[in-house]
Design a protein around this ligand. Structure first.
Ligand code: C5P
Length: 409
C-alpha cells in the first residue's frame, strides 16, 4: 500500500525565505498524500507568497495574523487540531525564535502550542546556517524532539552555492510521513551507531594518508536514524560537515581511534552502520616533526623510488562480526569500481555483516562527495534490493528500514 496521510491533519508553517514559493508545491504534495492541510504564514512569508494560493490548493483558509480572528484564538485552535506539523522553509529568524520560545506572531505562537511531532526544514544562506547561534538553536530544537530535515546543498538565491537549500519535496514528504508514524518505527528508542568520513593515517604533523570520502552518506544515515526516534552515536572521521542535530558525535582521526570508539559503543548498540571509509593501512613510523625531503632516500640512482612501510589496520566491521557479545545488526558498505555485486557478496561473508550496501564509485552521480547515491543492498540468504538514483537521505531511510527488519532481541 502506498504511504498515506489520509485522515491526518498536517499544519504547514511557512516563513519568509525565497524558498517560500516551494511551500505551495509542498502543500499540494501533502494534499495528494491524503492529508488535511492547514497553512499559516509569517509576515515575511506574505512578502513572497499569497494566502490565496494556499487557500486554493488546500481548500482551507490560510491564516497570517494573530489579531485577525481574535475571538477564535487561531494559534491554539490550529495547533490543537494538528496531528503533525512542518515548518518549511524555516528561516534563521524563525528557528531562533522557536528555540527561544518567542511567540510574537501567529506562526511562533502556534509553535509554542504544539505537542505533536514536528518537522523543521531550514533554508537560508550558508553563512546564516553555519552561524553558531543557528547551529545551537537547531541542536536545541532537535534535543527537544523536533525532526530537522536539511538544509540540502546546492544553488542558493543570488547564485551562491552551499548548504542552505530547502530540502527536496520528496524528502520533506517522507519526513512528515515518518513524523506522523514516528512512535511506530521499529528503531524508535533503539541505539544506532554510525561511522562516517574517511580516516586519516598520519605520517608526520602535516601529512597523512586518506581517501575521498566526505562523510555525507554516514551523516545522512545518522540524521535519518535520529528522525525516527533512535538514540544515535556518530563516530566521525574528519569531514567538512557540521555535527548533525540530535545526534551524539565523537570525532576521531585514524582507523585505530575509530576502532576504539566503535568497540566501546558496540555492546549496547542495536544497529551498527559502518559507512566510514577506513584506511586499510597506516604508516609504520609516525614522525613527531615534519619530515624533510632528505629524510626519504630510495633505492633509485637519484635517491628516488622511496618506499613507505605500511602496517595493516584492524578491520572494524570484521572484528564486530566476530565478537560474541555484540548482538547488533551489522551494516557495512562496499565502495567498488568493478564487479561491485560479487565483491559485495564476498564481504557479507568475510566480515560477518547482515547487510552490505554496495556502490559503484566510478559513477559521477553516486558515491563520493555528491548528494545522491545509487546502491544495491545485499543481505544474507540471497537478499538483494537495488535503489536507483536517490538522495543520500532517501537511501539512508531504505537502509534503516532493512536494518530494522533484522533487529534482534
Ligand atoms: O574491505 P572494504 O574496505 O571494502 O570494506 C568496506 C566496509 O568495511 C565498510 O563498511 C567499512 O566501514 C568497513 N571497514 C572497516 N575497517 C576497515 C576497513 C573497512 O570497518 N579497516
Amino acid at each position: 500500500m502506498a504511504p498515506s496521510l489520509a485522515g491526518r491533519e498536517v499544519l504547514l508553517g511557512v516563513s519568509g525565505g525565497v524558498a517560500a514559493y516551494k511551500a505551495a508545491s509542498l502543500a499540494r504534495g501533502l494534499k495528494k498524500l491524503g492529508a488535511d492541510v492547514q497553512v499559516i504564514l509569517t509576515g515575511g512569508a506574505t512578502r513572497f507568497v499569497q494566502p490565496a494560493q494556499f487557500e486554493a490548493l488546500t481548500g482551507r483558509r490560510c491564516y497570517t495574523d494573530t489579531f485577525s480572528d481574535v475571538e477564535r484564538i487561531v494559534h491554539v485552535e490550529v495547533a490543537r487540531r494538528a496531528d503533525v506539523a512542518i515548518f518549511a522553509p524555516a528561516t534563521t529568524n524563525l528557528i531562533a525564535k522557536f528555540a527561544a520560545g518567542i511567540a510574537d506572531d501567529l506562526v511562533t505562537s502556534t509553535f509554542t502550542c504544539l505537542t505533536v511531532p514536528t518537522v523543521i526544514a531550514p533554508a537560508m544562506h550558508t553563512e546564516m546556517w553555519l552561524h553558531p547561534a543557528t547551529q545551537a538553536a537547531v541542536r536545541l530544537l532537535a534535543e527537544r524532539g523536533a525532526t530537522i530535515v536539511g538544509p540540502g546543498e546546492g544553488e542558493l538565491a543570488g547564485g551562491d552555492v552551499g548548504p542552505g537549500r530547502l530540502e527536496d519535496e520528496d524528502v520533506l514528504l517522507e519526513a512528515v510521513l515518518r513524523a506522523a508514524g514516528r512512535a511506530d518505527h521499529p528503531l524508535s528508542g533503539r541505539r544506532v551507531v554510525v561511522t562516517a568520513g574517511g580516516t586519516r593515517e598520519r605520517l608526520d604533523p602535516v601529512r597523512f594518508l586518506s581517501n575521498r570520502s566526505t562523510g555525507k552518506m554516514g551523516y545522512a544515515i545518522a540524521e535519518a536514524a535520529a528522525a525516527v526516534g533512535a538514540t544515535v552515536d556518530l563516530v566521525a572521521a574528519p569531514t567538512a560537515l557540521a555535527d548533525p542535530p540530535g545526534v551524539t558525535t565523537t570525532h576521531v582521526e585514524s582507523a585505530l581511534d575509530m576502532h576504539a570508539a566503535v568497540m566501546a559503543l558496540a555492546p549496547a548498540a542495536d544497529v551498527i552502520v559502518k559507512a566510514a571509509a577506513v584506511s586499510d593501512f597506516r604508516p609504520v613510523a609516525v614522525s613527531d616533526q615534519k619530515l624533510k625531503k632528505d629524510a626519504w632516500t630510495g633505492s633509485g640512482a637519484e635517491g628516488d623510488g622511496v618506499t613507505l612501510e605500511l602496517a595493516r589496520n584492524p578491520d572494524i566491521l570484521a572484528d564486530l562480526g566476530r565478537r560474541d557479545d555484540i548482538d547488533a545488526v551489522l551494516v557495512g558498505f562496499a565502495a567498488e569500481t568493478t564487479d561491485v555485486e560479487s565483491y559485495g557478496r564476498g564481504k557479507l561473508e568475510s566480515k560477518g555483516a547482515d547487510l552490505i550496501v554496495v556502490n559503484d564509485v566510478s559513477q559521477s552521480d553516486a558515491g563520493f562527495g555528491v548528494d545522491t547515491n545509487r546502491v544495491v543492498i545485499l543481505g544474507r540468504d540471497g537478499f538483494r534490493r537495488a535503489v536507483d538514483l536517490a538522495s543520500k537521505r532517501a537511501v539512508a531511510d531504505v537502509i534503516l528500514d532493512l536494518a530494522a527488519e533484522r533487529l534482534r532481541g
